[in-house]
Design a protein around this ligand. Structure first.
Ligand code: TEU
Length: 606
């Protein structure tokens, strides 16, 4: 364990600045607001903050459409405010990781403005410009260069009437894709990254970084083909993990990150890689390849929907185990997982895989926290997840603001010229389950009218349940979800087997119990006296038992036999007698364990 990198023992907290804490009354969170809340992060014990974009942006996609990578948008404050935040975090031993969004810029970025002046612009090939499909009238339906679709609905090509050419945007038309084939683009990105590292930033979360290499044919053309994310099993040409992506990431590591590591700086790089496969996940995170430290994979985010999240389906625990288990096994020898449930793009996990009813919300939030944080990898904790915050309960389309949610609402209800595939009510039900806005309601700090988030009109409605679900109440309640997260963070810091132990899934087909072990041969504490042989290697083992259901579950005997004398490391349902059964009383020797609804237990034996 001594040799393991620091981030194997770290927990990262994601701040979505727009919804974290407002201090100037405009109803939008800002940088001074984060600085004001640093004690909350300090008490949680997190090691790193990942800050979603605060750069200059027209806010077409809440800051993931950047018009100046090296200035702070006045919405959030100034560069001085950012320097103050970095200083405040570093004082508390917390690192700051910035969001690096370089698959695309905003259409208001000077680079794109220049590129769009015409085919002769020196920056024309900084982006993907293509003529209409051969034989088709430019600007007419079906004349787009390929049939690629945007992640936000509609075609991935926008028509420019002035040049009668199209430009590529895998996301919103206001987010034109940069052309990474062009070394000038890569150099400009690397120079910007170095300037942020020189400013004291400690690394990057790299937005959709596995999309930057497009599937260009040898003759430079872009192929047709129904395009989804690879992980959804289409097999066809898709955007993810393109032909040169590993070359680019190795170059970025060599050109930007390696020199700082050589100076002794601790720089964290995490790739957001939608649709990534385990095979590519190993290639991205194998330390010997020097690409990135870890990646966010998306397979487990797909167990409850079809190709897109707007096609929700019932989910099975066995599927969740199969995918999380596949990633644990796939990266066991080489590579490293970023573990998450929530982020600013996902609905709240307690409403999605837990049960956000008053009876089970706290217990299920705790159960899911234990489940995730005891896996092997670096856990990411999204703002409000530590409070057990739930999805919003919007009932009208006007309450939603997410560009992706609104894009699919309009497209699937036939408002963009295509067929009407869903009624308005059907789409409202889909959004109630899947919209990204659920993660973006303001953090609930206290029970006052706007939950202590703002003194003004919040940009997105505060969840009315903030009167019961808020940080003030949680800190005052030893049994809160928040205090459990604080203990889980401490466990990862203190007990090597939590961060580094080998993972073994149990009960793969059980549809309510999620069970696994972690094991590490830790060198026994040499207390002098012992001979070399006696010192030997001592095995430190955990058994994690989580009831992912609202009903009592019997843990099969073979799972718990041999753990009768184990210590109880975590027990979400208060004091527990370890393995002895609920009914036979302690010491009865009958080795089975009943798990109460949403109960999680972690046993340790050495
Ligand atoms: O996310 C890309 C991404 O995978 C999701 O937005 C995806 O479109 C959605 O979860 C599937 O329904 C990154 C950012 O995290 C996201 O906020 C941005 O909107 C997107 O890239 C474009 O920058």
């Amino acid at each position: 364990p001594g040799g393991a990198p620091w981030w194997t023992r770290a927990v990262v907290y994601q701040v979505y600045p727009r919804s974290f804490q407002d201090t100037d009354g405009d109803g939008i969170g800002d940088l001074p607001g984060i600085t004001r809340r640093l004690d909350h992060l300090g008490r949680l014990g997190v090691d790193v903050v990942w800050l979603s974009p605060v750069y200059r942006s027209p806010q077409a996609d809440n800051g993931y459409d950047i018009s100046d990578y090296e200035d702070v948008d006045p919405l959030f404050g100034s560069l001085a405010d950012l320097d103050a935040l970095v200083a405040g975090l570093h004082e508390r031993g917390i690192k700051l990781v910035m969001d690096l969004v370089v698959n695309h810029t905003s259409d208001e970025h000077p680079w794109f403005r220049e590129s769009a002046t015409g085919p002769d612009s020196p920056r024309r090939d900084w982006y993907w410009w293509r003529p209409a499909r051969p034989g088709m009238e430019p600007g007419t339906p079906g004349a787009e260069p390929t049939n690629w679709r945007s992640f936000f609905g509609g075609s991935a090509w926008a028509f420019d009437a002035a040049s009668r050419e199209y430009y590529l945007h895998l996301f919103d038309p206001r987010q034109p894709d940069l052309n990474w084939e062009n070394p000038e683009v890569r150099e400009a990105v690397y120079a910007m990254m170095r300037r942020w590292l020189d400013r004291g930033v400690d690394g990057f979360r790299m937005d959709v970084i596995n999309l930057i290499s497009k599937a260009v044919a040898p003759d430079g053309s872009l192929p047709d083909g129904e395009v989804h994310w690879g992980a959804y099993g289409d097999g066809g040409p898709h955007y993810t993990d393109g032909p040169r992506v590993h070359e680019y990431l190795a170059e970025m590591h060599r050109e930007v990150v390696a020199p700082y590591l050589a100076q002794g700086r601790e720089v964290l790089t995490v790739g957001e890689t939608p649709g990534v496969t385990v095979e590519h996940g190993v290639r991205y995170t194998d330390p010997a390849r020097r690409e990135v430290d870890m990646v966010f994979q998306f397979e487990h985010m797909g167990v409850d929907h079809g190709v897109t999240r707007y096609d929700p389906r019932p989910w099975r625990l066995a599927d969740l185990k199969a995918t999380l288990g596949r990633w644990q096994a796939g990266l066991a020898e080489r590579g490293w997982n970023a573990l998450y449930w929530d982020n600013h793009d996902q609905p709240r996990v307690v409403s999605r895989f837990g049960d956000d009813s008053p009876e089970h919300r706290v217990a299920s939030a705790k159960a899911l926290a234990v489940l995730l944080h005891l896996h092997r990898g670096t856990p990411y904790l999204y703002q409000g997840e530590e409070l057990g915050m739930t999805n919003a309960h919007f009932t009208r389309i006007e309450q939603y603001q997410d560009v992706e949610s609104l894009g699919y609402y309009r497209e699937l209800t036939g408002r963009t010229g295509g067929p009407r595939l869903r009624t308005d009510d059907e789409m409202l039900a889909v959004l109630a389950h899947a919209s990204r806005d659920h993660a973006r309601t303001p953090v609930q700090w206290d029970a006052t009218p706007a939950a202590g988030f703002t003194t003004g009109q919040p940009w997105l409605e505060v969840n009315p349940n903030h009167t019961e679900i808020n940080a003030g109440a949680a800190w005052a309640d030893e049994d809160s979800v928040l205090h459990l997260y604080r203990r889980l963070v401490a466990l990862r810091h203190e007990i090597p087997v939590v961060a580094l132990g080998d993972f073994r899934m149990l009960l793969p087909d059980h549809d309510a119990i999620y069970a696994f072990t972690r094991a590490l041969d830790a060198p026994s504490a040499a207390d002098g006296g012992e001979t070399e042989g006696e010192r030997g290697r001592r095995r430190d083992e955990l058994l994690v038992l989580v009831n992912v259901s609202g009903s009592r579950q019997d843990v099969p005997g073979e799972v718990v036999s041999g753990w009768e004398d184990a210590d109880v490391l975590v027990a979400t349902h208060g004091p527990t007698d370890g393995i002895a059964p609920d009914d036979a009383g302690p010491g009865s020797g009958v080795g089975h364990r009943v798990l109460r609804p949403w109960e999680a237990v972690v046993l340790r034996r050495r």
